[in-house]
Ligand binder design. Structure first.
Ligand code: NAI
Length: 340
C-alpha cells in the first residue's frame, strides 16, 4: 500500500516526465482557486499521471492555472470560469474530478452547519459532472462529506448514470491525522504508523481502529484523548485560523494522496485505503455509505473490506458513529428529493 506522504512525494519525483498513454489522465478540480484547491492543483501538477489539469472556480481559476502551469512537469493546465461554458469545458473528457468547492468552517461550527450552503453547490456541480463526464471518478472533499457524497449519488441516480464504484468521499485527512497523532504519543515516525480509520468524516463518525494499529495496548485517558484528537483534530486548525477557514494545506496533501492512489489503481497498481463509499457493510441497518478499507482498481472501488476484529471500546464508537451517519446520509438524500 502506498501509505505515506514521504513515499508519495518520492514516487512523484521518480516518475516525473515518464507519462505513457496508459497513465495519462485528465483531472478536473472544481473549486480550484480556494484554500484547498490551490495547493491541491499544485500537487496534482507534480503528479506525472496527470497530463491534463483542468481548474474550475467561480473566480480566480485562470490565474491559478497560469501560475501552476509554469511548474516544469509534462502536463497542460487550463483554468475556467462559469462564463463561455467554462464548466462544460473543464469537465469534458475528465477521468477524475475532485470537488473542494464550498465554504469551510469558522470557529464554533460543525461540518453539518455547512450543509445549507454546500449542499446546493455540490448538487449543481454533480449535475454538470453527470452530464459532461458521466464516467469520471468523483472525489468529494466538500463538507459535510457524510451528506455531500449521498447528494452526488442521488443526482447521478436521477440522471441514470450512477456507478457506486466511481464515487468516493475523501476521508484521507483523518487517516493521516491518526498516523501523525499516534506518532506524537509514541515518539515514533508517522510514516511507520498506519492506522485504519472507518465510519464517516465528522466528529464521532470518525472511528480510528487503534486495536489494529501498531499500538493496540494504548488505554485509559491516553486512549480517550487520542481518539478525541483524531475525531476532532480539524477543530484545532479551525480555532488556530481564527475565522480564516479550516485545514487547507494538510487537506490538499491528503486529497492529492488519495487521487494518486486512485490514478495508480486505475493504471493497474491496486491500492487499498480507507474511503467513504456506497458500502454493503451496514446496508441492512439503513446505512448506505460507510468508510472502510477499500481496494481500488481499474473500475474504482473494487473490494470493500469488512472492519475486521474490533474490541469493545471500538464497538461502542461504531455504534455512536452509525447513529449520526444515518442522519447525515438521510439529510443528503432528502435534500435532493426536495430540491432536485
Ligand atoms: P475556500 O472558501 O477557501 O475555497 C472554496 C472555493 O470554492 C472558493 O474558491 C470558491 O470560489 C469555490 N466555489 C464555491 N462555489 C463554487 C461553485 N459553485 N463552483 C465552483 N467553485 C465554487 O474553502 P476551502 O478551505 O478550500 O474548503 C473547501 C471545502 O472543503 C469546504 O467545504 C471544507 O469544509 C471542505 N474540507 C474538507 C475536508 C475533508 O477532509 N474532506 C478537510 C477540510 C476542508
Amino acid at each position: 500500500m502506498v501509505f505515506l506522504a514521504r513515499n508519495v512525494f518520492a514516487q512523484v519525483q521518480r516518475r516525473a516526465f515518464s507519462s505513457t498513454a496508459a497513465n495519462a489522465y485528465k483531472v478536473a478540480v472544481l473549486g480550484a482557486a480556494g484554500g484547498i484547491g490551490q495547493p491541491l492543483s499544485l500537487l496534482l501538477k507534480l503528479n506525472d499521471k496527470v497530463t491534463d489539469l483542468s481548474l474550475y472556480d467561480l473566480r480566480g481559476a485562470p490565474g491559478v492555472a497560469a501560475d501552476v502551469s509554469h511548474v516544469p512537469t509534462n502536463s497542460t493546465v487550463k483554468g475556467y470560469l462559469p462564463d463561455n461554458g467554462g464548466l462544460e469545458k473543464a469537465l469534458t473528457g475528465a477521468e477524475v474530478i475532485l470537488i473542494p468547492a464550498g465554504v469551510p468552517r469558522k470557529p464554533g461550527m460543525t461540518r453539518d452547519d455547512l450543509f445549507n450552503t454546500n449542499a446546493s453547490i455540490v448538487r449543481d456541480l454533480a449535475k454538470a459532472a453527470a452530464e459532461y463526464a458521466p464516467k469520471a471518478f468523483i472525489l468529494v472533499i466538500a463538507n459535510p462529506v457524510n451528506s455531500t457524497v449521498p447528494i452526488v449519488a442521488e443526482v447521478y441516480k436521477s440522471k441514470g448514470v450512477y456507478d457506486p464504484k466511481r464515487l468516493f468521499g475523501v476521508t484521507t485527512l483523518d487517516v493521516l491525522r491518526a498516523s501523525r497523532f499516534i506518532s506524537e504519543v509514541k515518539g515514533t515516525d508517522p510514516n511507520d504508523e498506519p492506522v485504519t480509520v472507518v465510519g464517516g468524516h465528522s466528529g464521532v463518525t470518525i472511528v480510528p481502529l487503534l486495536s489494529q494499529s501498531n499500538h493496540p495496548n494504548i488505554e485509559g485517558e491516553t486512549l480517550d484523548a487520542l481518539v478525541h484528537r483524531i475525531q476532532f483534530g480539524g477543530d484545532e486548525v479551525v480555532k488556530a485560523k481564527d475565522g480564516a477557514g479550516s485545514a487547507t494545506l494538510s487537506m490538499a496533501q491528503a486529497a492529492a494522496r488519495f487521487a494518486n492512489s486512485l490514478l495508480s489503481s486505475i493504471s493497474g497498481t491496486t491500492v487499498t485505503e480507507p474511503t467513504f463509499v456506497d458500502s454493503p457493510l451496514f446496508k441492512d441497518e439503513g446505512i448506505e455509505f460507510f468508510s472502510s478499507q477499500v481496494t481500488l482498481g481499474p473500475s474504482g472501488a473494487e473490494e470493500i473490506h469488512p472492519l475486521g476484529k474490533l474490541n469493545e471500546y471500538e464497538e461502542k464508537l461504531i455504534d455512536a458513529a452509525k447513529v449520526d451517519l444515518k442522519k447525515n446520509i438521510a439529510k443528503g438524500v432528502k435534500f435532493v428529493a426536495e430540491n432536485p
